[in-house]
Design a protein around this ligand. Structure first.
Ligand code: PAF
Length: 285
């Protein structure tokens, strides 16, 4: 694999290699098995994979979160050596390469900016759209791969592609979990040991909730999720919403569920000082 920090070098290599389709895996580093599964899928479909490792400041609404975000480039490169091929590229730019001038673009995503993460992390998706659109312009990929743990992010990026007309197919890969069920996340390594031990309660609870629509209505399911998780010391639920997978409109009553649609229970939890998200498909009866 080759590693580059500059847009100029990256473009030169992509041009020289002249391979297609080009797969892009955007990441913020601190790689784990979830990222590696994206890279493996990309490599199975694309003769050239570009993985970007860049902690994008514009998507952090919380400056402390940006400061504390894990940066582990040496370990990341070590892991990538195992999964990337000779011609694949790691793009590890600094801020000036991505934003030579301040990015003042403002994106609008309709209902997607009125629910869940958008409400709790103001400006977050605008920053995601800024960096992802920059990466699309730099790499010009045919396919881009994202993890479905960031359920709303995938919907936002699909909408971005629709609005801007980028010729890129967006693939959302299934969530990869630890053996105890916790969704893999770069932030897991920041959890205090006691909190980490209890963190599987998040998945366990939404898994049970996903099978409850035959017995309980939505407000009761939401109440069950909140109570069960908050029963653990140090855990508080920011939101748990059941939304359809297209427009992400929250459902408030069971009678609104349509059997031809797919619904997901999406959750954000403060686990100690760390914010975690997860989601699961809701079983319809
Ligand atoms: O999901 C992430 O890691 C980031 O939001 C992304 C897509 C790499 C943009 O910085």
């Amino acid at each position: 694999m080759m590693v580059t920090k500059t847009v100029k070098d990256l473009r030169k290599h992509i041009k020289e290699l002249h391979l297609s389709p080009v797969g892009l895996v955007p990441t913020m580093g601190a790689l784990h098995e979830g990222h590696l599964s994206l890279v493996r899928n990309a490599a199975a479909q694309c003769p050239l994979v570009v993985i970007s490792i860049y902690v994008n400041p514009t998507q952090f609404n919380d400056k402390e979160d940006l400061k504390n975000y894990p940066r582990t480039i040496e370990a990341d490169l070590h892991l990538l050596k195992e999964v990337l091929r000779k011609s694949d590229i790691v793009f590890n730019p600094d801020d000036k390469e991505i934003y030579p001038t301040e990015d003042k673009r403002v994106f609008h995503f309709g209902n997607l900016e009125n629910v869940m993460e958008a409400l709790h992390r103001p400006g977050h998706f605008n920053g995601v759209a800024q960096v992802v659109s920059r990466l699309f312009e730099i790499v010009n990929p045919d396919i881009a791969y994202f993890g479905m743990k960031d359920f709303q992010q995938v919907a936002v990026i699909k909408e971005l592609v629709k609005q801007t007309g980028y010729k890129v197919r967006i693939i959302g890969n299934p969530i990869i979990r630890e053996a105890d069920g916790l969704a893999m996340s770069s932030r897991n390594r920041l959890l205090e040991p006691e909190i980490r031990k209890k963190a599987p309660v998040i998945y366990k609870t939404i898994l049970s909730a996903s099978e409850m629509t035959d017995k309980l209505d939505i407000p009761e399911i939401k109440e069950y999720v909140r109570k069960t998780i908050e029963n653990e010391n140090g855990f508080s639920v920011e939101y748990f919403e059941i939304v359809d997978d297209a427009e992400l409109i929250p459902v408030s009553k069971k009678r609104e569920l349509k059997t031809r649609k797919h619904y997901f229970g999406c959750i954000a939890v403060k686990a100690g000082k760390i914010r975690l998200i997860d989601n699961i498909e809701i079983q319809l009866v």
